[in-house]
Design a protein around this ligand. Structure first.
Ligand code: NAP
Length: 283
């Protein structure tokens, strides 16, 4: 304990979410469910934070009894420059979604999106084999970077990527290496040919947005198809893939699994991702 931090044993542990906006987030429900399940007298608080206040907020929160926070848009990149320690995977992805405020006053930054992505596939498609064939990732934003890192780490041997703004997928190839091939956005349908794993990592298909319009004619019925979008749970992309005979996994499980390492670091117990949690988050 440093002089300007409260004695954690005497305080209710606090965690939360910093971003802008945060009102729509399901994370308070998710962590609230786990806190009740584990009978922990803690709280998880959504906090709207403007970019110009980020550094000050990160200085103040540990002094108020916060043990850490999740980070969302627009702070996921900026927190890397404010943290004292950054995990290799967060550095590689170029963004953090989980901060731990350590008892020595240091801020530790991690990115658990890739972990959550793979854990969701392992739980909901247990026979999925990362090395069964090429993976095709649609999109090249922050979440796509985490997906690419985790797929390569899991043993995918060939990864194809396509993004509306081609330069962003070129950038990912430059950073992540020789196993990647960039496809032009107009040719994105071609990268599905022979792909064993197909991921929508764009925001297309989300309620209120246009659907993803990549042609699925080349999609093989043996492919596993997943979407990072989870509102709606079954996106038009997942529905069409399912109609073509593919196994599909929705994006909610990624959200649930990416939260587990943070909860464990902040509050102690490793929480379960199960049907009860899914129901609590969807209520
Ligand atoms: P981001 O960094 O803003 O990237 C957005 C991506 O969507 C980019 O590839 C962008 O392409 C593409 N896109 C947006 N509008 C498009 C359009 N009209 N046509 C074609 N492409 C378009 O966002 P992100 O953080 O990567 O998040 C992407 C999605 O994943 C969001 O829906 C987010 O909610 C979801 N997500 C889910 C989880 C989970 O736990 N399930 C975790 C993280 C993110 P350009 O580069 O061309 O703009």
């Amino acid at each position: 304990m440093t002089e300007d931090q409260p004695d954690r044993l005497l305080h209710v542990p606090l965690a939360g979410l910093i971003g802008m906006p945060v009102a729509h987030s399901r994370s308070p429900r998710l962590h609230g469910h786990w806190l009740r399940r584990h009978a922990i007298a803690g709280h998880y608080v959504p906090m709207p934070v403007m970019p110009e206040h980020l550094a000050e907020v990160l200085r103040v929160l540990p002094r108020l009894g916060f043990v850490g926070v999740n980070v969302t848009i627009p702070h996921k990149e900026a927190v890397l420059t404010l943290a004292d320690a950054v995990t290799d995977r967060a550095a590689l992805i170029g963004a953090a979604n989980t901060l731990i405020f350590r008892p020595d006053g240091k801020i530790h930054a991690d990115n658990t999106d890739g972990y959550g992505f793979i854990a969701n596939l392992r739980q909901n498609a247990p026979d999925w084999q990362p090395d069964a064939g090429p993976a095709a990732v649609i999109g090249a934003g922050g979440a796509a970077r985490a997906v690419v890192a985790s797929l390569l780490d899991s043993g995918v041997r060939e990864l194809r990527i396509s993004n509306r703004t081609r330069i962003r997928s070129e950038q990912i190839k430059a950073e992540f290496g020789a196993r990647l091939t960039v496809y032009d956005w107009a040719q994105a349908g071609n990268m599905l040919d022979g792909a064993a794993t197909v991921v929508n990592a764009t925001s297309l298909g989300m309620t209120g947005k246009q659907p993803l319009r990549v042609p699925l004619d080349a999609l093989s019925p043996g492919a596993l198809v997943t979407d990072l979008v989870y509102t709606p749970l079954m996106t038009p992309f997942l529905l069409e893939s399912q109609a073509r005979g593919c196994r599909v996994v929705d994006g909610l499980g990624m959200l649930l699994h990416q939260a587990a390492p943070g909860f464990e670091r902040w509050f102690g117990p490793r929480p379960e991702v199960d049907e009860d949690l899914r129901r609590a988050v969807l209520e």
